[in-house]
Every structure is written in structure tokens, then in C-alpha cells.
Design a protein. Structure first.
Ligand code: B1M
Length: 213
């Protein structure tokens, strides 16, 4: 991997948003694409943060500071991501974190990657009851409903969303996708999802696959 991407990933552990933003700008100036910077630099870095936390090498305040670096870098990248890949058709994705769950760092990354791939993304936020996903999907004429859950205790809201979606009259086939750290493919497919993805980059591949794009 390019040295600048290594530096970028590592910068999330320096807890200095301005240093991360500076490196993003440097990578852009060196000709790297926004998608590449997001995937190889920022998401790669956030994955490392997750592993360090899991191993007890860092604590929550550090995770928050890394997330702050990520958010500031995303603000710079977002407008550029939109222009990079226009080949994703006229697909609208409604995405949110399910009821009882306020984790949104991963969901925000997924939303950003999907936007970057040219999809229209409507982010309904966190702690969203199943019915709110359906309401938003109708309101925005969504083609995809994406549910994120980070807690094993909130995973059961996902099949509720899938169940309500099957009952709803959207006037078209709406695909349901699940994701989040405790979620896995077999469980997703057995519980009403049309697809599962384990990270933000593969969420893009998944949605493209579901619509033959
Ligand atoms: Co919480 N938390 N947390 N937490 N937290 C976890 C998830 C936990 C694993 C920590 C632990 O105990 N080791 C644990 C869950 C255990 C379990 O149920 N399996 C846990 C717990 C227990 C809790 C509380 C209950 C703690 C308490 O209060 N006792 C509480 C619950 C609050 C609530 O939601 N009601 C809680 C609270 C919090 C904070 C608020 C402090 C904070 C969240 C801040 C925020 O999100 N704004 C927080 C954090 C930061 C974490 C950890 C440390 C990091 C999560 C994260 O952001 N990871 C986490 C431990 C860990 O993961 N190591 C932990 C980085 C992010 C990029 O990865 O979210 O996995 P991730 O997203 C990935 C993929 O999962 C996937 O793509 C993303 C990008 O690649 N993905 C999708 C996610 N959504 C997707 C949707 C898709 C497709 C892919 O399609 C729709």
C-alpha cells in the first residue's frame, strides 16, 4: 500500500483532526482519488482503531478522538466522492441504525461510501424503530433499506424491518440489506435480508450486485 495511505490510516491514532485533514489534502494533491483515500486510508485506519479497542490497548475517549479525525476528513472528501462514480443508476438507499442502538460511526461510513458510488442516500439516523425505516422508504421512494446494528440486543429489530417491508406496498421491489459488527450473512439471509455486507466498501458492491449495476 502507498506510504501516504499508511500515514493516513496511522493518523487516526494521533488524535489530531487537522493532521488527518492535512494528509487527505496531500493525498488529493498527489492525485489519489477520494474513494481510494477513504478505503485505503480512513476506513483502514478506523478498522485498526476497532482492533486496538477490542484488545484493550486503547479506551473509548481515544475511539471518539479517532472518530473526530474521521468525521473532519469525511467533510473534505464528501463533495469529491459524489463526482467520482456516476454509474450507479437512479438508486435511493434509506439507511439507519436500528432502535435501541446509537452506534453510528460505521453506518456513517457506509452512507458515505454509497454516496461516493453515486447512490442517493437518505440517512435517518440512529435509534430508529422498524416502522420509521418503512416510513422513510415510502417518503423517499427508496430502492434499498439498509439497517445497521452494533449490539446483539438490537439485532432483532432488523427482521422486524424486513417483515414490515414485505407487508408494505412500495409499488416496487425494495431490497433490504443488513450490516454491523455482530451481524453475519447467514443470519441476515435467514431473517429477511436480501443481502449482507461486512464493511462499507462491500456495501457498495452488494447494492450494485442487487441491481445488476
Ligand atoms: Co459501544 N459497544 N456500546 N459504544 N462500542 C461496542 C459495539 C461493543 C462491541 C464494545 C465491547 O463491549 N467490546 C459492545 C457490543 C457488544 C455486543 O452487543 N456484541 C458495545 C456496548 C455493549 C455498548 C453499550 C451497551 C455500553 C454501555 O453503555 N454499557 C452502549 C450502548 C449504547 C446504545 O447503542 N444504546 C455503547 C455505547 C457506545 C458509545 C456511545 C460510547 C460509542 C458509540 C459512538 C457512536 O457510534 N457515535 C461506542 C463505541 C464507539 C463502540 C466501539 C468501541 C466502536 C464501534 C465503532 O464505531 N467501530 C465498539 C467496539 C468495537 O467495535 N471494537 C462498541 C468502528 C466502525 C467503523 O466499525 O461500527 O463495525 P463498525 O462498522 C463497520 C461494519 O460493521 C460495517 O461497515 C462499517 C465500516 O466498515 N457496517 C455495515 C456497519 N453498519 C453497516 C450497515 C450496512 C453494511 C455494513 O448495511 C446497511
Amino acid at each position: 500500500m502507498a506510504e501516504i495511505m499508511e500515514e493516513l490510516a496511522g493518523s487516526l491514532l494521533e488524535y489530531d483532526p487537522s493532521a488527518t485533514v492535512k494528509l487527505v489534502q496531500q493525498a488529493l494533491d498527489e492525485g489519489y482519488g477520494a474513494n481510494e483515500i477513504l478505503k485505503d486510508g480512513l476506513i483502514n485506519g478506523m478498522d485498526r482503531v476497532g482492533v486496538l479497542f477490542k484488545n484493550g490497548d486503547i479506551y473509548l475517549p481515544e475511539v471518539f478522538m479517532s472518530a473526530e479525525c474521521l468525521q473532519e476528513a469525511l467533510a473534505l472528501l464528501k463533495p469529491l466522492l459524489k463526482g467520482e462514480d456516476g454509474g450507479s443508476g437512479n438508486i435511493t438507499v434509506v439507511i439507519g441504525t436500528v432502535e435501541g442502538d446509537i452506534h453510528d460511526i460505521g453506518k456513517n461510513l457506509v452512507a458515505t461510501m454509497l454516496e461516493g458510488a453515486g447512490f442517493k442516500v437518505v440517512d435517518i439516523g440512529v435509534n430508529m424503530p422498524a416502522a420509521e425505516f418503512i416510513k422513510a422508504a415510502k417518503e423517499h421512494k427508496a430502492d434499498v433499506i439498509g439497517c445497521s446494528a452494533l449490539l446483539t440486543t438490537t439485532m432483532p429489530v432488523m427482521p422486524e424491518v424486513a417483515y414490515l417491508a414485505k407487508q408494505a406496498d412500495f409499488g416496487k421491489d425494495v431490497k433490504i440489506i443488513f450490516g454491523g459488527a455482530p451481524v453475519f450473512e447467514k443470519w441476515s439471509l435467514e431473517n429477511g435480508a436480501d443481502g449482507y455486507s461486512e464493511d462499507a466498501a462491500s456495501a457498495v458492491t452488494l447494492v450494485k450486485r442487487l441491481f445488476n449495476l
